[in-house]
Ligand binder design. Structure first.
Ligand SMILES: Cc1ncc(COP(=O)(O)O)c(C=O)c1O
Length: 399
């Protein structure tokens, strides 16, 4: 029940990790067989991760994590901004999509905060409209907050932001474990997600639309004088991953990512009779099933919350995962602290978490002391209805 913090990994991923460590744990991109195999595994995974979100190989970076990807992206975009340019950030986001942009104030950019509606914690599009101006260069926001969990209408916001001549960056970390992501259909300029929350190893996936590669200043080092010039020119196929990941990808973790798409294919084969060629089409089908299952899990929990006076849920009482991710942060109306409840759940072998979840601005806006925090449970597709019933029953006993 702590899936928003990190998800379990299927055997197909673990087997590929083992295989890499046993048979191909050498320097990749060499000319001997184990090295060639290592290279192929890494490249295949990179292609599959791109395909999984309907992007191309040259448009993705497999970085250390989302925080690191966003820090690198902000540094790479720094010299693209003009001194009076405006960047809009929200107070609903995880700090990793706020701090890197706020830091640019030091180089003259003006940071504007798109605040949540204080009545319902939602990000109102009408409010964004009032903040956009011809100085706005970039809007940074979450697809679904790790606290409020409402699904923001990214397509609509992308239209609005683009009509104002600005770019849109979306943090999909809390959304991606529950839905397929189609970056082209969403019409976003930048998109990030954490692969360790979508059933893979501890890595982050960053997408940058190829039409923006020339806006990014290379952050890599001058490893080779001539080659450096050739491969670090925007437009070269490897530009993005060199420019935004100076230390290079984690070999074994990247190599095992093809196990993730194998897993989706296995799920697809189990539930559907007609095979599909494209990875994206497979993932899309699988996540429709996942959404239906998770809506059932959410409904059980929402019904419990509606009947329980001791719990105050953050965000809407909504079980449709197109409207709310199955992540439920709450405070308590009785004297127990959130830490107490999480400890009591742990004694019953139920994993939950308490804290600010690095979204302290969101907590402050909700009137919650970030040091006291809130409690959070979050479901993934492998959770069962019985497990959610057990969670509710346990909360009943504790509260
Ligand atoms: C919504 C959201 N954005 C960003 C992050 C940061 O991701 P990472 O741990 O990959 O840096 C998290 C992590 O919890 C998150 O929940």
């Amino acid at each position: 029940m702590e899936n928003a913090g990190g998800s379990y990994v299927p055997e197909s991923v673990i087997n590929k990790l083992n295989h890499f460590m046993i048979h191909t744990k050498v320097q990749p991109y060499g000319l001997y067989q184990p090295s060639i195999d290592a290279t192929q595994a890494i490249e295949k995974s990179t292609c599959l991760m791109a395909e999984m979100i309907n992007a191309t190989h040259s448009e993705v970076v497999i970085g250390h994590c989302t925080t690191m990807n966003l820090v690198m992206l902000s540094l790479a975009l720094k010299s693209w901004f003009m001194p009076s340019d405006e960047i809009i950030v929200t107070n609903q986001d995880h700090e990793s999509n706020i701090s890197p942009w706020r830091r640019l104030a030091e180089s003259g950019q003006k940071i504007i905060e798109w605040k949540m509606n204080s009545n319902n914690a939602e990000l109102d599009i009408a409010h964004l409209e009032s903040l956009l101006s011809n100085k706005t260069k970039l809007v940074c926001m979450t697809h679904s907050s790790n606290i409020v969990a409402s699904v923001n209408d990214i397509k609509k916001i992308a239209d609005l932001v683009h009509a104002n001549g600005a770019l849109l960056l979306v943090d999909g970390v809390s959304y991606a474990p529950h839905h397929s992501i189609n970056v082209k259909d969403l019409n976003v300029d930048f998109y990030v997600l954490s692969l360790y929350k979508t059933f893979g190893p501890h890595l982050g996936l960053l997408y940058v639309d190829k039409k923006h590669h020339d806006k990014l200043t290379n952050q890599s080092l001058e490893f080779m004088p001539k080659q450096y010039e050739k491969i670090t020119t925007p437009g070269s196929p490897n530009y993005l991953r060199i420019a935004l990941n100076p230390g290079g990808v984690n070999h074994e973790e990247a190599a095992c990512l093809s196990g993730l798409t194998d897993y989706y294919r296995l799920l697809h084969g189990h539930h559907f009779t007609k095979n599909k060629e494209s990875v994206f089409a497979v993932v899309e089908d699988v996540f429709k099933l996942i959404a239906d299952h998770q809506a059932k899990l959410s409904k059980i929990f929402i019904e419990y919350i509606n009947e329980n006076n001791a719990i105050k849920l953050i965000g809407k009482n909504e079980s449709d995962t197109n409207l709310r991710s199955p992540t439920f942060a709450f405070t308590l109306k009785n004297k127990l602290s959130c830490q107490d409840v999480v400890k009591a759940l742990a004694k019953r072998n139920i994993a939950a978490q308490a804290g600010s979840f690095y979204a302290w601005r969101c907590l402050e806006a909700l009137g919650i002391n970030p040091y006291e925090g809130l409690a959070r449970v979050s479901f993934a597709h492998y959770n069962t209805e019985n497990e959610v019933h057990l969670l509710c029953q346990s909360l009943n006993e504790i509260l």
